[in-house]
Structures are given as C-alpha cells and as structure tokens.
Design a protein around this ligand. Structure first.
Ligand code: NDP
Ligand SMILES: C[C@H](O)[C@@H]1OC(=O)[C@H](O)[C@@H]1O
Length: 254
C-alpha cells in the first residue's frame, strides 16, 4: 500500500544520511519530493536519482538552513515545481563533537543556528504555505534520542534536539486548527557521515552497539518507515508526539 500518493514532500538536508533515506522512502510511497542540501551536490544528485527510480518527480535546491531566506526560497521553489507542499521533514543538522569547558563560541552558535533556528524557519515557512493551501499537512522535525539524554561532547547539540521537540509541541497547538500535524522523530544512533569519525573509535562503537537491545546500530533506511507513517493519513490523529526510533537503546538501563 502506498501511503503518500499524490502528496508533495519537502526534506531538508537530504544529500545523504537520514534525509536522503526519508526522501527516497517518501517517493517509494508515491510522493513527489523537493530536497534541500548545503554543499554536497553529487549526493543531492544521487538522492534525486533514488526518487526518480520510483517514477516520482524530484528537485534539489541548495541553501544553508541557518539563513531564514533559504526557507522561503525552498518552499517557493517546491510550490513552483509541484504546486503545493503537504509534508515538511526538517532534518538538516550538524553535530561537531566538542568538549564543554572549551567550546568555541562559533561552534556553539553555528550548531544552534543550523539545527534549531534552521528547523524553526523551515517549519514556519512550510506551515505558512500549508495554511494558505487550506487542506492541512504534516510537519516532522528530526530531533533525536539526544532530546531525552545527554552526551559529554554534545552540550551544544542536545539542547537543539530538545528544542526541536519542544517546537513541535508548541507548533502542534498553534497549527491544530488548520489541520496541520506537528511531530518529532527521535532517531537513536544511526550510522551516517555525522558520526563516522566518532564511531571510528572501535571501543566507542562496540559500547554504543552494546546498548541496543535489537543488537545493532541503525541505518538511515530504518528512519524511512517511521517518517512516512508520521507524514501519512495513517497518523491523522497524531500530533505533538515524539516517535523514538532507537532499537530500544533509551530504555536499556540494565
Ligand atoms: N545519525 C544519527 O545518529 C542521528 C542523527 N540525528 C539527526 O538527523 C539529522 C540528519 O543527520 P544524519 O543523516 O545523521 O547526518 P549527515 O551528516 O549524514 O547528513 C546531514 C545532512 O544535513 C545537511 N546539512 C548540514 N548542514 C546544513 C545546512 N546548514 N543547511 C542545509 N543542509 C545542511 C547535509 O548537507 P551537505 O552534505 O550537502 O552539507 C546533509 O544532507 C540531523 O538533524 C541529526 O542531528 C538524530 C539522531 C541520531
Ligand atoms: C551524531 C551522534 O552520533 C548522534 O546524534 C544524535 O542525535 C544521537 O544521539 C547520536 O549521539
């Protein structure tokens, strides 16, 4: 069964990793897809090819989500190409691991601007378009298990993920009257570029794997099904919720 037939889905940070897997997963379920990315044009092309393989239309638009103008441009160009926006997946993010006591101001501020400010501008721009269209929609912020638990080298990052979850809770209230649902997706540890260096440390990787009751770290494709579900009418009464997709890591105290 195709869950997103006839819908337009927009995904930020989709040149690789979780965003790319969600964009292709949406196409597999019948959606046309517009993707945003920052630098990796070759990766964006691969994502476009992965969407088109499913017979769906795709466009890639380059832009830094930290700049508010990127969000208005992205939505305008998605509407120009496909006529509407039904689903926003705000996924773009960075996690430059760093110790707390000597965190450079620029590292803290850039992480906040990309992850939290960027998520705010993108969700707001999509919501404005959905309100104008008048037939509801679904907004998904890619938050993290890190919204719920800390990380020694993530003191600048985990607040952005908690902030995105909080943004979805408040936006769910602000937008419910328009039939727009707002939810957050909370991935656990997923093998992507963002943690390649961190998990190159064999001991750390083994430790992280050992925390997962399902016995392995995640892969980007593990996020596609949960995102498609939240995007689809199967989740028509789900708003303000957080869907944790972590192989059970969070509940594994002992
Ligand atoms: N991997 C994990 O374990 C987890 C990841 N997450 C979250 O999932 C999201 C995706 O992460 P993941 O796939 O792992 O990471 P990747 O590093 O693999 O991909 C990040 C994507 O975001 C894009 N991006 C980065 N900065 C910007 C920017 N300023 N403007 C626009 N696009 C940007 C990148 O584009 P480009 O390559 O073109 O620069 C790329 O497409 C992030 O928000 C992350 O915090 C949450 C929990 C766990
Ligand atoms: C980048 C990390 O590996 C990843 O990011 C998250 O949000 C997860 O909690 C992991 O720590």
């Amino acid at each position: 069964m195709k869950l997103l037939e006839g819908k337009t889905v927009v995904v930020t940070g989709a040149s690789t990793g979780i965003g790319r897997a969600i964009a292709i997963g949406a196409a597999e379920h019948g959606a046309d897809v517009a993707i945003n990315y920052a630098r990796d044009s070759a990766g964006a092309e691969q994502c476009i090819a992965g969407i088109e393989v499913h017979g769906r239309r795709a466009i890639a638009i380059r832009g830094d989500v930290a700049d508010p103008a990127t969000a208005t441009d992205f939505i305008a160009r998605a509407v120009e190409a496909f006529g509407k926006v039904d689903v926003m997946v705000s996924n773009a993010g960075i996690c430059p691991f760093h110790s707390f006591l000597d965190m450079p101001v620029e590292t803290f501020e850039r992480t906040m601007r990309v992850n939290l400010h960027g998520g705010f501008y993108m969700c707001q721009a999509a919501a404005r378009q959905m309100v104008k269209q008048g037939h509801g929609g679904s907004i998904i912020a890619v938050s993290s298990i890190s919204a719920l638990v800390g990380g020694e080298y993530q003191t600048h990052y985990t607040p952005t993920k908690a902030g995105l979850h909080s943004l979805m809770q408040s936006a769910a209230i602000a937008l419910g009257r328009h039939g727009i649902r707002c939810n957050s997706l909370l991935p656990g540890t997923i093998l992507t570029e963002i943690n390649k260096d961190d998990l190159a440390d064999e001991a750390k990787r083994k430790y992280m794997e050992g925390r997962v009751p399902l016995g392995r770290l995640g892969v980007p494709e593990d996020m596609a099904g949960p995102a498609v579900f939240l995007a689809s009418d199967m989740a028509r009464y789900v708003t303000g919720a957080a869907l944790l997709v972590d192989g059970g890591a969070f509940v594994n105290l002992q």
